[in-house]
Design a protein around this ligand. Sequence first.
Ligand SMILES: *Cc1c(COP(=O)(O)O)cnc(C)c1O
Length: 385
Amino acid sequence: MIPYGKQDITQQDIDAVVEVLNSDFLTQGPRVPEFERSLLKYTGAKYAVAVNSATSALHIACLAIGLGKGDCLWTSPITFVASANCALYCGASVDFIDIDSATNNISVDALKKNLEIAEAEGKLPKVLVAVHLAGQSCEMQAIKSLADQYGFYVIEDASHAIGGKYQGAPVGRCEYSDIAIFSFHPVKIITTAEGGVALSNSKQLADRMRLFGNHGITRDQEQMNQVSHGPWYYQQIELGYNYRMTELQAALGISQLNRLDDYVSMRNKKALRYSKLLKDLPVILPLIGESIYSSFHLYIVKLQLEKIGITHKQVFEYLREKEIGVNLHYIPLFMQPYYEEKGYNKNNYPNAINYYNTALSLPLYVGLTEDEQNYIAGSIREILL
Ligand SMILES: *Cc1c(COP(=O)(O)O)cnc(C)c1O
């Protein structure tokens, strides 16, 4: 089976991890702060908190902004469950805003309309999680101006988008958001096996996130409510978690980050090649906005069902039979049993439902060969024509 995504591990990566194994620190040593500094240098953000997954990063981000009972988080329904679950971890609720059918990202128009209604009803969200689906940034400037107008926080779930750009600046710089999150899961652009990071330009939010990712424990005298008892002293001042990243993960991340720009450029070349191979077929190709450089974590096409004589599911089954690991990112979250129970009105999400009925993620990763791409495109041609 040709998978939809796959990591690229070099001898340099292996050497970097082995070096840590032979060193004094497997956790809480010099590599994690070094990885954080590298990510700051790359993105231009001011503060970075590396943790053991993007899911953890989303959780500490929500804790840091003070999300809690009675608050609501808004996000796109077309995302991985973690973008919404972080609200539930904090006792808050979740609402979804439909996507834009051109970009498959959250629709700014729908967001605007929903904010007007929410304001009238006194139910404005505390935070919006803007998900950069497939590596294409959301329209952050427009989102930020709504955030300023209505007074909500913005967290970028940039799990797909490290290495991408918005208005020429690296995604993760947080110019139009309070916090941005990257994931380093092996299917993502660069990997630390499991791992994630939260970036911010706010020292206060970054300090809070670090606290919540490390048991709620501080050694900073300024945060303590009494004078230190001695050199051993620390205080727990919040209920935090152990979300720390290990030195092994950070060493792998530092090594991988060196190749990030090459990876993203290779992904863009392969995406362009797919678009050429598929351009005369009854599919809608990815449409990338003018001020956006996508990291192309995913290459997603949408079937023009009205032009073909078979179903979405049949296309999947045919390609899987051909050993092509096509996938669907994602099932709308309001259709997941855990969320469905909360009673979302499906009529509010026509674009998300249309997306779910037509979308197809094609294999895309650094090691994917031209022959494999030809085979994939050829198989799609066979089944669609
Ligand atoms: C992968 C992913 C996550 C979670 O990342 P982990 O590092 O696996 O916790 C969150 N949001 C989106 C959009 C993702 O794709």
